[in-house]
Design a protein around this ligand. Structure first.
Ligand SMILES: C[S@@+](CC[C@H](N)C(=O)[O-])C[C@H]1O[C@@H](n2cnc3c(N)ncnc32)[C@H](O)[C@@H]1O
Length: 268
């Protein structure tokens, strides 16, 4: 078990692009000049590197399982097999229960869980993720999924762009592009006591410092979505950009705010 690349998260985002080629991760990272013996690292530093053939993020000195993307087994695999299909709230939120399989732009890709659920239900999903570290983990997960016969066709419907959605969505709209649905799930400050916040969420919080500009996502999303913008929010969170949605789907842990512009099936 070895990690090939160490990055101190204080300087992470600016530097990473130079060392990560998103289309060719496996060749670029192991050959990087930045190879460290991770045993010398300060406890708590974040480490990005390969463990066997999987790109992982973990904390120096932390015995917990590292964070990585696994679309084949684990929770994603279980949800794909037993998750409730088109009856799930997320599926209803994007309109899958209306007999359509929309092309979705996921403007806050994260580790791609929601996008994978949508892709496994037939949607084509374009994901945008601005953090190069998260994007690298996600692209690696998509690449490995494409090699696995169980999920290869699902992964082939997922395309990742490493960019800031606020600008990227505007640029796509300027180029005349439209998506049936734009899906947004920005981070929201968690109020739970730290012991209850999942390890993965803690790493995200350290790495990404929240999404304080999340409100700026709604306007460009609205200009890009033909049928609806769907915003995933914690149950009691305020509306994104203070804008009341057309309607809401309330779940136990979260809600989906739907800004609807056109009924599916109506003339494009
Ligand atoms: C809560 S996570 C999304 C989780 C995702 N829905 C999933 O299922 O894995 C929010 C993600 O959105 C990303 N993000 C926030 N604002 C963004 C922006 N303006 N452009 C691109 N990505 C953004 C963050 O970097 C973070 O990875």
């Amino acid at each position: 078990m070895s990690f090939s690349l160490y990055i101190d998260y204080s300087g992470l985002v600016e530097g990473l692009e130079k060392h990560v080629c998103l289309t060719d991760l496996h060749e670029k990272i192991p050959g990087s000049e930045r190879v460290f013996d991770t045993r010398t690292l300060e406890k708590g530093s974040l480490i990005l590197g390969f463990m066997d053939d999987t790109l992982c993020l973990r904390r120096a000195g932390d015995k917990e399982k590292p964070v990585f993307v696994d679309f084949v087994g684990g929770k994603a695999g279980h949800r794909r097999k037993f998750g409730g299909g088109k009856g799930q709230d997320i599926a209803k939120a994007v309109g899958l229960n209306k007999g359509v399989t929309p092309h979705v732009l996921d403007g806050t890709g994260g580790l791609g869980r929601d996008a994978f659920v949508l892709a496994s239900l037939g949607c084509t999903v374009t994901l945008i993720e601005r953090s190069p570290v998260i994007a690298a983990l996600l692209q690696d997960g998509i690449n490995r999924a494409k090699q696995n016969p169980e999920v290869a066709d699902i992964a082939s419907r997922m395309t990742l762009i490493n960019d800031d959605s606020r600008q990227a969505m505007q640029d796509l709209a300027t180029d005349g592009r439209q998506f049936d649905v734009v899906y947004l799930d920005p981070m929201f400050p968690h109020r739970e006591k730290s012991a209850l916040v999942k390890k993965e969420m803690r790493i995200f919080q350290d790495l990404l410092s929240g999404d304080p500009d999340a409100d700026e996502l709604l306007a460009p999303a609205e200009s890009l979505a033909e049928f609806r913008v769907v915003v995933k929010r914690p149950r009691l969170a305020p509306d994104l950009a203070g804008k009341e949605p057309t309607y809401r789907l309330e779940g136990k842990a979260c809600r989906y705010d739907i800004h609807a512009y056109k009924a599916f099936g109506s003339e494009k």
